[in-house]
Design a protein around this ligand. Structure first.
Ligand code: DGT
Ligand code: CA
Ligand code: CA
Length: 573
């Protein structure tokens, strides 16, 4: 991905924060802040302006020095001065500056005197009463800081889907226990299975709203009632998630479900389509004049608009309405289509369970096959496999397979892609395996060109089969590597390589849009869990959610194939 203006702006803003914390000249600090604002709000990408030969020093608040720094960031993805400052002053301190009421001076003192580096440290210190002991802070200030830390957490973070699911399940269970309630569903981005959710949108059908609202107010997990009415309320839960609850009558259930499932842009497109056909579409139903002509079920709403029911995962206004109209909706892959897992770890490296336990667990889940992909040596886990140990594992799996019934363990590995693009194990051992899973685990911040070339070179190895967690991103924690994904996918297509959709809820990598790109280019996807224990196998469903959001069908996912067909599919061109 090219360097975005927001990335460049973040570099300058962080630098400004750190310099201010260090007590640098205020003019210098302000110069970087202004530069951040200029770049962030510029309508064109800096990278493109440079390509076009523009002198960036012509931009407001940008002099020659800053123009040079922008160029460096665009070319290398780094700002050397920031690296230098970060040696002295931890970068995380910049996050603390975002907490309302904490200026540079206070951040400095909290760091010097209490060792507070992160928002999490700050929360802990406030909870333990350490802050009030600092001269000039006191109990009132400590309490204010604690509140602001909470508010900050709520504002900043979209919750990962799997975490939101725990919160949602408990809430649905609670609301469903209310007298007179028929349906309780979580709509919104949660139902569309987005990888993170901003809030939960709960739809309840009941003849009367008031008892449902009372039930909500009585819920133990409610931290704060933000607003409350007869048929709609908003609350904040202790878990840090906001919840909108709406009560609708049964006749409007389908229309309300369509409306609150969204996305907003999908709704707008539906409403426009309705208008052309002379209907008004809203959360109460589909109306011809005053008369409700549909709305009890979702299917009835879509049918009035001349459309089949569109699966929630597709409702992003990315062409699904047009596809539906032409009868070309994809028949999305389901969990039941999956016949095995192609990325699992055992006790031999950093997994928790033995290979035979993993195999039994896979069999219990109805799988035909499961691969063991323990790490090669380079990765910094305890005892990565060298050639000798991997060969021993291969023989052990052969012996195990001879005893197993109804499940086949495939011999594989998760081999590191080294910085020069070579693989961390010699070909003579890779050729003993059924297939390989290859991954980048270090040097994640190479430039786009270098990172892309590194992986291209790895794919040149004839034993390369599946690229694991291709972008390396960790949701809410680590940005994806800079990569020319399209080029990699095209190369994979030529060579018969496969891309992973890592189903771990922290990864979901490839993401939905990249999956769709892979499908368009014709690259097979392996939806795989990266399970480090038998329980880890159950995260497959999050991978399937993401695959569906990426329009993937059974035929696009290689581990829907029978073992024989899979083995054929894994053969390189
Ligand atoms: P989130 O919460 O940021 O993860 O994303 P959503 O999609 O859950 O968005 P949210 O909670 O703001 O609203 C829930 C649904 O309500 C949304 O998907 C579509 C619908 N909705 C909200 N605002 C509007 C609007 O202004 N127009 C239309 N047509 N629909 C809206
Ligand atoms: Ca929502
Ligand atoms: Ca909402």
């Amino acid at each position: 991905m090219p360097v975005h203006n927001s990335d460049i702006a973040d570099f300058f803003a962080t630098l400004a924060d750190l310099l201010e914390i260090e007590g640098a000249n205020p003019f210098r600090v302000r110069a970087y802040r202004n530069a951040a604002a200029t770049v962030r709000s510029h309508p064109r990408r800096m990278a493109d302006l440079i390509d076009e030969g523009m002198d960036l020093a012509e931009l407001p608040d940008i002099g020659d020095d800053l123009a040079g720094k922008i160029q460096t960031i665009v070319e290398t993805g780094r700002l050397p001065l920031l690296d230098e400052v970060a040696q002295r002053t931890p970068v995380e301190l910049s996050d603390l500056m975002a907490i309302e009421g904490l200026g540079a001076k206070r951040v400095r003192r909290l760091y010097d005197e209490l060792g507070i580096r992160s928002v999490e440290d700050l929360r802990r210190a406030a909870d333990s009463g350490a802050i009030r002991e600092l001269p000039g802070f006191g109990p009132k200030t400590e309490e204010a800081i604690r509140k602001r830390v909470e508010a900050h957490a709520g504002r900043e973070r979209r919750m990962k889907l799997a975490d939101a699911e725990d919160v949602a399940d408990a809430l649905v269970h609670w609301l469903a226990g209310c007298d007179g309630v028929r349906e309780v569903v979580v709509a919104g981005s949660f139902r569309r299975r987005r990888e993170t959710v901003g809030d939960l949108d709960v739809l309840v059908t009941a003849s009367k709203g008031a008892p449902v609202m009372q039930r909500l107010a009585d819920y133990d997990e409610v931290d704060e009632i933000v607003s409350s009415g007869k048929t709609r309320s908003t609350v904040r839960l202790h878990a840090g998630l906001s919840v909108d609850v709406r009560v609708v009558p049964q006749v409007s259930y389908g229309a309300a479900l369509v409306y609150f499932t969204g996305s907003k842009s999908h709704n707008i497109a539906l409403r426009k389509r309705g208008m052309r056909k002379g209907y008004k579409v809203n959360e109460y139903g589909v109306f011809k004049g005053e008369r409700r002509v549909a709305g009890q079920t979702e299917a009835s709403v879509y049918a009035k608009l001349g459309l089949p029911l569109i699966p929630p995962e597709l409702r992003e206004d990315r062409g699904e309405i047009d596809a539906a109209r032409r009868g070309r909706l994809p028949k999305l892959v389901t969990l039941e289509d999956i016949r095995g897992d192609l990325h699992c770890h055992s006790k031999a490296t950093d997994g928790r369970d033995t290979i035979s336990r993993m195999a039994e667990a896979a069999k219990e889940r109805g799988y035909e096959y499961l691969s063991i992909n323990d790490h090669s040596k380079h990765v910094s886990v305890a005892h990565g496999l060298d050639r000798k140990r991997l060969l021993a594992q291969v023989r052990a799996i052969d012996r195990l397979n001879a005893k197993l019934d109804g499940i086949v363990v495939l011999k594989s590995v998760e081999v590191d892609i080294l910085e020069d693009g070579s693989l961390d194990l010699p070909d003579d051992v890779l050729k003993e395996l059924d297939f390989t899973v290859c991954a980048v685990h270090y040097q994640l911040r190479l430039t786009r060109r270098k990172q892309t070339e590194r992986i291209l070179r790895a794919m040149d190895n004839p034993y390369f089969n599946i690229l694991a967690h291709p972008t390396g991103r960790l949701i809410n924690r680590r940005d994806p590597c800079e990569l020319d994904l399209e080029r990699l996918l095209e190369a994979a297509h030529e060579r018969g390589c496969i891309f992973e959709l890592n189903a771990h809820p922290d990864r979901l990598d490839l993401n939905d849009e990249a999956c769709r790109l892979a499908k368009d280019i014709g690259v097979g996807i392996a939806v795989a869990t990266d399970a480090h224990s038998v329980d880890g196998l159950d995260t497959m469903r999050y991978g399937i959610d993401q695959a569906r959001r990426g329009w993937l069908e059974k035929k696009d996912v290689v581990n829907t194939l029978s073992l024989a067909a899979l083995q054929k599919r894994l053969r390189r061109r």
